[in-house]
Design a protein around this ligand. Structure first.
Ligand SMILES: [Fe+2]
Length: 195
């Protein structure tokens, strides 16, 4: 059974609506006795990633990526903060290798565990499309815009059907603006849950 605080973070009806985390991830957070704040954060980023994936797939049906990987990555990216809880409210990147190790030790395939390790990378050109979408969701959930990251995503989108960069950027910008609209409510939701 999760603690009451974690249970609330994982199930509370939020405004805007935040879909629940995948059952396997919720069970893992419960097993790890994860802080409620972490559960709330992963839920917020996972929900934004789900909406981002739908928006990108609708606009670029030819873009090859695994939505399933993106959703798993978004739902688990900060799981290493279980071992480094100070990084829930302060800076630090020790949670990144710790999260990868934690997931692999529990039998998660390295190709899925990698999001926990790589979501802090700024070497955007070297990241897969799935990685880029997880990193993007981890920014836009709170309304943060990162031009070099968006430039790399735009380049991937252009490569699909030869669209001009400015056209692809306008479509991406429109989608990100829509996702960022609820950022304040998501931040308030996350802040309600204790570290
Ligand atoms: Fe995060």
């Amino acid at each position: 059974m999760p603690t009451p605080a974690l249970h609330r973070a994982l199930t509370e009806v939020a405004d805007p609506h935040l879909r629940p985390l995948p059952d396997a991830v919720a069970a893992l957070l419960t097993e790890l006795d994860a802080p409620a704040r972490l559960g709330a954060h992963l839920r917020a980023v996972h929900d934004v990633a789900a909406r981002l994936v739908v928006g990108v797939a609708e606009a670029y049906p030819g873009l090859a990526f695994s939505a399933e990987q993106v959703l798993f990555g978004a739902a688990t990216h900060d799981i290493g903060k279980v071992a480094h809880p100070s990084e829930l409210s302060g800076p630090g990147s020790e949670h990144e290798p710790a999260g990868y190790a934690l997931l692999v030790a529990r039998g998660v395939e390295p190709c899925l565990a990698r999001f926990a390790r790589d979501h802090g990378s700024v070497a955007y050109a070297r990241l897969s499309t799935e990685d880029l979408l997880v990193v993007l969701a981890d920014k836009v959930w709170k309304g943060k815009r990162v031009p070099p990251l968006e430039d790399e995503v735009t380049a991937r989108l252009c490569a699909v059907d030869g669209e001009q960069p400015w056209e692809a950027f306008l479509r991406l910008d429109d989608l990100l603006e829509r996702l960022a609209r609820d950022a304040d409510a998501r931040l308030a939701f996350q802040a309600r849950h204790p570290v």
